[in-house]
Design a protein around this ligand. Structure first.
Ligand code: PFF
Length: 452
C-alpha cells in the first residue's frame, strides 16, 4: 500500500474533523430534539453531556486511532493481535456503513431542495389550495416517488467517489478547508437575520430559559443520545481520522475544539430555528425529522422577502453539512478496505460505494413505493436507522470505553495524550476516570432507554 495518509495542516485537520461531526444531526435533529424535549432544559443537559462525556470519549477514539495507525478494525488488531477486541471496530464499521446507506438518501433530498430553491420550483405553489399543504405535498412528492429522489442520492454518491478517490489530503482536507468556512458564514448570516425577526425574543426564551419541571429521565437520555450522534462517536470515524493525525497533534486540544465547534453549530441552529418559527406563528407545527426542514422552514422562507435567496442559502448549508459527513462516514469503510485487502484507493472507494448505490436505492424506495413493506412496523429506512443509531452506536461506544479504559496497552492513553511525554496533559486522569466508570454506565442507560 502507498505511504501512510496524513492531514497536512492543523487547520485542515480541524476542518476535516469538524466537517465529519457537523451534519444533519446538528442542523435538523438537534432543533427537533430540543423542541420535543422542552427547549432550554434539554439544551443544558446536552451541553453537559458534550463537555463531560463527549470530549473524553472523542479523545479516546483519537488516541486509539493514532496509536493503531490503521482503520477502525485494524487499530484493535495492531494493538491486540490475538484477542477479539477487533469486534468492536467491526461493529463500528458495520454501523457506519448502514448509516451511510440512508444518510445518502437524505443528503440527496437536501441537494434536490437546493436545486428547487435556486430554480424557484419549490415556491411555485400556484396549483395548491394553501401554502401549508403545498409544502407537505411537495415533500411527499419528492421523498415518496420512485426515481426523483434517487437523482440527488446518486449525485451525492458520485461526489463522494470523486473526493474520496482524490485522497485524504487533497480530497477530504482540501474540500473541508473550503466548505467549513462557507458553512460558518451562512450560519452567521442566518443568526443575524433570526435575531432581527419581530418575535425573536419569544423563540429565544423557549430555547434559552430553562424550565426544570420539564427535566425527566427521558430528556436526559435523549440529550445524551443527541450528543453522541452529533459528535459522531462510536462509529469509527474518529478512530479512522485519528490515524491521519500527525505525531505532534495535541489530541485533547483537538477534541475540545471539534466538540465545541460542533456544539456551537447546534446551538446556532436553535437560535435560528426557534425565533423563525415563533415569528411566523409556526411554533405548533411539527418539527420532527424531515418536516422541520422540508415543510416548516420553506413556509418561513415563503413569508420572507427574497424567498429563493434565503431558501437556497439554507439548503446550501444543509447540503454542505450532509455531504462532509457522508464523506467521513464512507472513509471509515474505504480505510478499512485499503488496509484489510491491500486495495488501491480507487478500488477501495469503488468497493465501498457501489453496494451503497444499491442499499440507498432500497432505502429510498422504502420511503415511497415500498413503504407497505415493513419489519416490526418499520420501513427498511427506519429499521436501519433504529438498528444503527439506537443499538449499534451505543454498543460500540461502550465497547470502546471499556477497551480504552481497562484493556488497552498500559500507558497508551497517557502516551498519546502527552505525545510520548513531550507535553503535559492534566486531562489524562480525568479522561481515564470518565471512560472507565461514568461513560459506559451512562451510555448503557441510553441503550436501555431506547427500549422503554
Ligand atoms: N455527526 C454527524 C451528524 O451529526 O449528522 C454524522 C453522523 C454521526 C451521522 C452519527 C449519523 C450518525 F449516526
Amino acid at each position: 500500500m502507498s505511504k501512510k495518509a496524513e492531514f497536512a495542516s492543523k487547520i485542515g485537520l480541524i476542518a476535516a474533523t469538524v466537517g465529519s461531526a457537523i451534519g444533519l444531526g446538528n442542523v435538523w435533529r438537534f432543533p427537533a430534539e430540543a423542541q420535543a424535549n422542552g427547549g432550554a432544559a434539554f439544551l443544558i443537559v446536552y451541553v453537559a453531556c458534550v463537555l463531560i462525556l463527549g470530549i473524553p470519549v472523542m479523545v479516546s477514539e483519537f488516541a486509539l486511532g493514532r496509536a493503531g495507525g490503521s482503520d477502525a478494525l485494524g487499530a484493535f488488531k495492531q494493538l491486540h493481535a490475538k484477542k477479539g477486541w477487533w469486534v468492536i471496530g467491526g461493529l463500528a464499521i458495520m454501523a457506519s456503513y448502514l448509516i451511510l446507506s440512508f444518510y445518502m438518501v437524505v443528503a440527496g433530498w437536501t441537494i434536490e431542495y437546493l436545486w428547487d430553491s435556486v430554480t424557484g420550483a419549490l415556491y411555485d405553489i400556484s396549483n395548491s389550495v394553501s401554502e401549508r399543504s403545498a409544502f407537505t405535498d411537495k415533500m411527499v412528492a419528492l421523498t415518496q416517488s420512485t426515481w426523483k429522489p434517487l437523482l440527488g442520492t446518486y449525485g451525492v454518491i458520485a461526489l463522494n467517489f470523486v473526493i474520496l478517490v482524490i485522497g485524504v489530503q487533497k480530497g477530504i482536507e482540501r474540500m473541508s478547508n473550503i466548505l467549513m468556512p462557507v458553512l460558518f458564514i451562512i450560519l452567521l448570516i442566518f443568526t443575524v437575520v433570526a435575531f432581527s425577526l419581530p418575535e425573536a425574543a419569544k423563540g429565544m426564551e423557549f430555547f434559552l430559559k430553562p424550565d426544570f419541571s420539564k427535566l425527566d429521565s427521558a430528556v436526559i437520555l435523549n440529550a445524551m443520545g443527541q450528543a453522541f450522534f452529533s459528535l459522531s462517536l462510536g462509529m469509527g470515524i474518529l478512530i479512522t481520522y485519528g490515524a491521519y493525525f500527525p505525531k505532534s497533534t495535541r489530541l485533547t486540544r483537538t477534541a475540545m475544539t471539534v466538540s465545541l465547534l460542533d456544539m456551537t453549530v447546534a446551538i446556532m441552529m436553535g437560535l435560528i430555528i426557534f425565533p423563525a418559527v415563533t415569528s411566523f406563528g409556526l411554533e405548533n407545527e411539527a418539527m420532527r425529522g424531515a418536516t422541520l426542514v422540508f415543510v416548516t422552514l420553506p413556509e418561513v422562507f415563503a413569508m420572507m422577502p427574497a424567498t429563493q435567496l434565503w431558501s437556497a442559502l439554507f439548503f446550501l448549508l444543509l447540503s454542505v453539512a450532509a455531504i462532509t459527513s457522508t464523506i467521513a462516514i464512507a472513509e471509515v469503510s474505504v480505510s478499512f478496505m485499503q488496509h484489510r485487502f491491500n486495495l488501491k484507493r480507487t478500488h477501495a472507494c469503488t468497493a465501498v460505494l457501489l453496494p451503497i448505490v444499491a442499499l440507498s436505492t432500497i432505502c429510498s424506495l422504502s420511503q415511497g413505493p415500498w413503504s407497505e413493506f415493513t419489519i416490526f412496523g418499520l420501513t427498511i429506512f427506519d429499521l436501519l436507522d433504529t438498528i444503527a443509531t439506537n443499538i449499534m452506536l451505543p454498543v460500540g461506544s461502550i465497547g470502546l470505553c471499556v477497551y480504552m479504559g481497562w484493556f488497552a496497552p498500559k500507558d497508551l492513553l497517557r502516551k498519546q495524550l502527552t505525545n510520548h511525554g513531550s507535553e503535559k496533559s492534566w486531562m489524562c486522569p480525568i479522561v481515564l476516570f470518565i471512560i472507565r466508570y461514568l461513560a459506559p454506565v451512562l451510555i448503557l442507560l441510553v441503550l436501555l432507554g431506547n427500549f422503554l
